[in-house]
Design a protein around this ligand. Structure first.
Ligand code: GAL
Length: 719
């Protein structure tokens, strides 16, 4: 599978090594697990493959061979089975029935399809709830949930844990050495729904005891002296329940610990399944899970023990960020960010579910416009995906997702409009990928723009718990910043606090409210040694514990940015003020940091209204061999952020593209791919030194264009 590992990691590492400043900076892959993935990957032909979900348990046995044969004929290379099939696999407690799955795997193999097996943990059978009702979660009103829908489990319940381990082990015994099984997907879109059961409370107490050791430390961390909310011992501690609280003012620190606990709980749940599998599977079978592309309650980076991550992606679900008909093209930031985020720890990722057509669960469920499916698939390939899989092959005739399209329609045979686009693009990309050079090195002009985006879920939760204005949206702010970076044509990777900033000429930090001393020192060192650091609004107000330090606002970063923070402002929904930047006015509403620059710090933009009219809205400072920029306002459309970000690259002497928001330019294995989410015609300049090889320049709305270096030989056609 992951021959593409090579093109994604090596090229970047080698290109960065070429920059004098980043002398020791190869983007190293992490450890033995990655080596294993790489090894497995190289056994697969091509850079990339496309597959599709199938649920044999939902269809007559007589149709399986027809369906698998059709999938293979349509160009799919793998299928995905068993993820929700617990009631078919263990119809009675402790009695397993693998015969049907054996037959399905045999049919898939006969058709030439590899198999990904799902573990069925998110869909326990009725007998389990009947005998052990505590396997279900208890909601914030104290109501125990019940059978009839997936994902309603209590991860803390010992019976549930036992049953999960047992079925995973049974599957591993049966299929762990089966060469037809390509890899494993744990659970489905892991991320627990709130669980207020007694078992969850006990686990939370254990988690807190391990974290704080004494109740005094917990009380101190949670601000327990405030409103007598302190505890005398760990047994008293409750799961903070915002629904039952009279006011929406529970301790933000308690809520943050609850978010951390739940994410850790999910991570341990996945790790336990992975460990159970690994005891019996051959090293050639890989293990992953399918996170949602925007993981809010789960922190994928907390999970160890997976070979790589995959995510699920449904770009068209009613949102219309770029205006016009962009709702039918899809949200522009999701795939771009998810690839940069899930690919980051290992340099490899897959898309486990890519929307096959109309879905059933959005607030409205419009059709993807013609071209949108092809756009996502090309964009996924361009972003480095090892594989794309789509949910699902057949359009369901019964059950809760009846209006959800599949690759084939309700007759089980005929391609849906979007299904046709899907299989045509799969053919196009699988053929193309076999002709590309996985060992190609990223051109220096792209490597010179390489940008790391610092991200921590703890910070994200902290901001969402105390937003201070209902208009604040951490994810939207992050989207604005990453979209701004991508207009330069920069490759983008997410970083955690433990990663080496030095491997990236530019590091961007969206709304990092809680910062520890060490982190600020590392930013300082990074800049001194030549890095360009861009901080944005709401950074540096709190310490690493999420408390305000006993110091002036923003004191922890004041010396770094060369300015003092006077305070911050936000506006009612009916009011817009503006930021003036190079004679352009940009409306803002959700957040403004009011910095007073010290001497030597330049003001790049100013607020245009109110008592702080004329004060700095963006700062720039050269420091050591690098620079520090602060974007103090979070604007409505992100254009201000875009302009300031672009100025930083230019001032650093780095050549950049001038791409409209939502037009992505990605380099992979020697080619450049432009993916266009803009609904209206655009006119960007063709990147210098490249010529059109597939499509036209500029790419039309929902269009894709592939470029090759002007001096490159023409593409071979076909594998
Ligand atoms: C995903 C989920 C799938 C399926 C799909 C429908 O979020 O993982 O199992 O329900 O949505 O679009």
């Amino acid at each position: 599978m992951i021959a593409l590992l090579r093109d994604r990691s090596l090229h970047l590492g080698m290109a960065l090594c070429g920059l004098a400043l980043w002398a020791s900076g190869s983007l190293a892959l992490n450890g033995a697990a990655t080596e294993k993935v790489r090894e497995q990957a190289t056994r697969q032909p091509g850079l990339f493959s496309v597959g599709v979900y199938y649920y044999p348990e939902q269809w007559p046995r007589a149709q399986w061979s027809r369906d698998f044969a059709a999938m293979a004929r349509l160009g799919f290379r793998f299928t995905h089975l068993a993820e929700f099939a617990w009631s078919a696999l263990e119809p009675r407690e402790g009695q397993f029935d693998f015969r049907w799955l054996d037959e399905a795997i045999a049919e898939a193999d006969r058709a030439g399809l590899k198999v990904i097996l799902g573990t069925p943990s998110s869909a326990p059978p009725a007998w389990m709830g009947e005998r052990y009702p505590a396997i279900y979660r208890v909601d914030d009103r104290g109501q125990r949930h019940q059978h009839g829908i997936r994902a309603e489990v209590s991860l803390a319940d010992p019976h549930y844990q036992h049953f999960v381990t047992r079925i995973v082990d049974a599957m591993a015994r049966r299929y762990g050495h089966d060469r037809r099984i390509w890899g494993w997907q744990l659970d489905n879109e892991p991320g627990t729904l709130p669980d207020f059961s007694a078992a969850a409370r006990q686990e939370f107490q254990r988690w807190l005891r391990a974290r704080y050791v004494t109740i005094e430390k917990l009380n101190d961390a949670w601000g327990g002296q405030f409103w007598s909310s302190d505890y005398q011992n760990f047994q008293q501690v409750l799961l903070p329940n915002a629904t039952l609280a009279a006011e929406d003012k529970l301790s933000p620190h308690a809520l943050l610990d609850l978010a951390r606990f739940r994410a850790d709980q999910t991570a341990r749940f996945l790790e336990s399944q992975a460990a159970t599998l690994r005891r019996r599977t051959t090293p050639t079978q890989w293990i992953t899970t399918n996170y949602t592309n925007v993981a809010t309650t789960t922190d994928p980076w907390r999970t160890q023990g997976l070979d790589f991550s995959t995510f699920t992606l449904y770009p068209v679900q009613g949102s219309n960020l770029l205006g016009g008909d962009s709702y039918g093209i899809g949200k522009p930031a999701n795939l771009m960010e998810a690839a940069a985020y899930y690919g980051a720890p290992r340099g490899v990722f897959g898309i486990m579910e890519l929307q096959p057509g109309q879905v059933n669960w959005g607030e409205v469920n419009p059709q993807p416009v013609p071209g949108a499916i092809r756009l996502w698939m090309w964009h996924a390939f361009a972003s480095g995906a090892s594989f794309i899989s789509t949910y699902r092959y057949r359009h369901p005739l019964k059950g809760s997702e009846m209006f959800h399209e599949g690759i084939v329609g309700t007759d089980g045979i005929t391609l849906s409009r979007t299904g046709r686009e899907y299989v045509e693009t799969a053919g196009e990309l699988q053929a193309l990928s076999a002709t590309l050079d996985a060992a190609a090195v990223m051109p220096a002009e792209f490597a010179a723009r390489s940008t790391g985006v610092l991200w921590s879920h703890d910070n994200y939760w902290d901001l969402e718990i105390s937003p201070q204005t209902k208009l604040w949206n951490t994810w939207a702010q992050r989207n604005d910043i990453t979209l701004a970076v991508r207009t330069t044509g920069a490759p983008l990777t997410f970083l955690g606090e433990g990663d080496r900033f030095e491997d990236y000429p530019f590091v961007v930090v969206p709304a990092y409210q809680s910062v520890g001393r060490d982190l600020v020192q590392r930013w300082q060192d990074y800049v001194q040694r030549g890095g360009h650091l861009i901080l944005t609004a709401r950074t540096g107000l709190k310490d690493a514990h999420g408390h305000f330090p006993e110091a002036a606002w923003g004191a922890s970063i004041a010396d770094l940015v060369g300015a003092d923070l006077q305070g911050f402002d936000m506006l009612p929904a009916s009011v817009h003020h503006a930021v003036r930047h190079q004679d352009h006015l940009h409306p803002w509403q959700r957040w403004a940091d009011l910095w007073i620059p010290r001497s030597g710090t330049e003001t790049l933009a100013r607020f245009d209204d109110g008592y702080y009219r004329g004060q700095a809205a963006a700062l720039y400072r050269r420091l050591g061999q690098g620079s520090v920029t602060v974007i103090g306002a979070s604007t409505e459309d992100g254009h201000f952020e875009r302009e300031v970000v672009r100025e930083v690259y230019r001032r650093a002497g780095v050549a950049i593209e001038d791409l409209p928001t939502g037009l992505f330019l990605d380099w992979r294995a020697g080619v450049l791919i432009a993916s266009n989410y803009q609904p209206e015609p655009i006119a960007p300049v063709l990147p210098k030194g490249w010529r059109v090889d597939v499509g036209v320049w500029p790419p039309p709305p929902a269009g894709v264009t592939m470029l090759r270096p002007e001096d490159a030989r023409p593409a071979r056609t076909g594998p």
